[in-house]
Design a protein around this ligand. Structure first.
Ligand code: OOB
Length: 575
């Protein structure tokens, strides 16, 4: 299977690794495979999606050009830290000049570029430059560290890595030195900082614009997004221009985004929620304005809402709680705020009820996933629906099934596992055939791992999760990934990572550890230090470590995580 959608108007051959004008020096192939593979939509469905007008054959690079032509003098991106206020014309020109500089460096169509930038204006020039030349951004989060970044670079055979100099007290340049020493394909590190360390300044990578030799096509992947994951290593999600642009256009309609909107990006810009639901790309699609918050805290975000007359933003539930509490004592005028989107994890009904009276804006719950399907409560839904459900799918062509353990459909109102396929839900992860066989049904439904109940109106209520993942306030932690790192700690015989309830984050990470006989028990701080030194992102480091002699097992002898979760929950309640 190739990246070429059978549904494409004129199926192109599988892409060459790079078609850039200045070919890269030969380098060691990616750790994983020599060609990009992932399953894609069958032709009969692709035709339906095109005929319905969902897939329009448009690419992100073309959309930006159209906005620059149509409303070039309007402000597109505001970065309050650098003071940048780029118009559409400026963003378009910057994307063009950076695209030329990247091509001159041998980065071209089909190449992968790991992008790890905080909420800075440069994020947008970088991704649009990559979209223009058909190189694929791999969206890392600012919190990722050596373990994750090395993996993304090695697995994708990344040609370049784009970083900030320092962010949140962490020096990304030093991390890049280590990754570069380890991953031979990585030829360029570009730093969005005046001091690039041993690397190159992003600002110096611009060149006089040139025609792009082999521009991307709309049915081809535009980027690789990260899955929250349930496995030892994160899976990569190939999203096409066609499918992502459809989800953005439809999201804009559902959330009332138009050219007068001002979107505050308070969550990390690379995450799928602030990127596309409707997010920064929705705002840019509409010719609206994006305001970047360097942090989501009320002290930072509220003054920006007042100053920039922000009309909508998106938050994960723990942050929404912080905003609700802060609104009572802060003095900024939040009157421009019209819509608050909350998603990424379950928002409690009690908190949802407080949004309108406390912040004076409308609430939209969002239940989405980087793999595709996004559900929103609608602006004209009854208040009861808005506060008690996580919304209904974007598209009339989103197929949703709620099934029992044997994949039989259950009636509305009954809990079941959510399966989905549709015009913007992937049909398979990137280069992961074995995992795809388990994560998708034979007829192409994605097994979301979420347990939901469907109401008669088609709204979904998230009831829980069947996947081995912890949702730490919207940040997803794959249990197996952390377990593998714990198993590398000398003296550890076995490890099982589970969620434990938390009033603020919803869930936190608890690691149960069984030591080898006779081993001196480590202190929790030593275990955490070990994981940090292995380069694991901070949000994955267990909040609590429990030493135990043996794990409870299920009838067939598997570790019973259900019992471990119950045990830690009971311990917490004892206090
Ligand atoms: C969003 O995307 P991901 O890929 O980080 O995580 C997806 C998973 C879902 O499968 C579900 O388990 C959980 O996050 N989730 C929710 C939720 N929204 C996401 N669980 C309960 N209630 C919700 N409202 O998190 C994401 C992507 C696009 C838009 C919004 C969120």
């Amino acid at each position: 299977m190739s990246v070429t959608a059978p549904g494409s108007p004129s199926p192109a051959p599988s892409p060459a690794p790079s078609s850039s004008p200045a070919p890269a020096p030969s380098s060691t192939p990616a750790e994983n495979a020599d060609v990009d593979t992932h399953p894609t939509w069958p032709e009969e469905l692709a035709r339906v999606y095109r005929e319905a007008g969902y897939w329009r054959g448009e690419t992100f690079g073309e959309v930006l050009r159209a906005r620059a032509d149509g409303c070039g003098e309007r402000v597109a991106v505001v970065d309050p830290v650098s003071g940048a206020r780029w118009t559409y014309a400026e963003l378009d020109a910057r994307a063009d000049s950076l695209a030329a500089g990247l091509l001159a460096r041998g980065i071209g169509k089909g190449d992968k570029v790991v992008v790890q930038l905080p909420n800075v204006a440069e994020f947008f020039e970088v991704i649009f430059a990559l979209f223009r030349i058909g190189a694929l951004p791999v969206f890392a989060l600012p919190a990722h560290r050596f373990a994750e970044i090395r993996y993304f670079c090695a697995f994708t055979g990344a040609a370049a890595y784009v970083i900030a100099g320092e962010h949140g007290g962490f020096d990304h340049r030093t991390l890049a030195d280590r990754v570069r020493a380890d991953v031979p394909t990585l030829r360029h590190v570009l730093v969005a900082d005046a001091d690039p360390g041993s690397h190159e300044r992003l600002a110096d990578a611009h060149a006089a614009p040139v025609p792009v030799p082999d521009p991307p096509q709309a049915h081809e992947p535009a980027f690789l997004q990260l899955s929250g994951g349930t496995t030892g290593v994160p899976k990569l999600i190939p999203r096409t221009h066609d499918d992502y642009l459809y989800s953005i256009r439809a999201s804009n309609e559902i959330c009332g985004v138009d050219e007068d909107s001002v979107y505050l990006c308070a969550l990390p810009a690379a995450h799928n929620f602030p990127l596309s639901s409707p997010g920064t790309l929705g705002a840019l699609y509409a010719g609206a304005r994006v305001v970047l918050a360097p942090q989501p805290a009320p002290e930072v975000a509220f003054p920006l809402i007042e100053r920039e007359r922000v009309t909508l933003t998106g938050l994960v539930p723990p942050l929404a709680l912080v905003w609700l509490d802060a609104a009572a004592h802060r003095t900024e005028d939040l009157g421009s705020l019209d819509v608050l989107l909350v998603g990424g994890a379950k928002f409690s009904e009690e908190a949802a009820q407080r949004v309108r009276p406390t912040l004076g804006c409308r609430l939209q719950q969002v239940f989405g996933m980087a793999e595709g399907l996004v559900n929103y409560t609608r602006l004209d839904d009854p208040e009861e629906t808005v506060v008690t459900t996580q919304g209904r799918p974007i598209s009339p062509h989103d197929e949703v099934r709620v099934v029992d353990a044997d994949d039989n459909d259950v009636p509305d109102g009954t809990d079941g596992a959510l399966l989905t396929r549709g015009p913007y839900t992937i049909r398979g992860y990137w280069n992961a055939p074995e995992h795809n066989a388990a994560a998708f049904t034979a007829d192409g439904f994605y097994r979301t791992g979420d347990i939901v109940r469907r109401t008669p109106t088609g709204h979904l209520v998230v009831q829980g999760r069947a996947k081995d993942q912890i949702n730490r306030g919207g940040e997803k932690v794959a249990a197996e990934e952390v377990e593998n790192h714990l198993l590398a700690l000398p003296g550890v015989h076995d490890a099982a990572v589970v969620s434990m309830p938390d009033a603020y984050l919803g869930e936190r990470v608890c690691a149960y550890v069984v030591l080898r006989a006779g081993v001196e028990p480590p202190r929790p701080v030593q275990v955490k230090k070990f994981l940090r030194e292995r380069g694991l992102a901070a949000y994955k480091i267990p909040d609590r470590i429990e030493l135990t002699d043996a794990f409870p097992v299920t009838g067939i002898g598997k570790v019973s995580k259900k019992e471990l979760r119950a045990a830690i929950t009971a311990r917490l309640h004892e206090k």
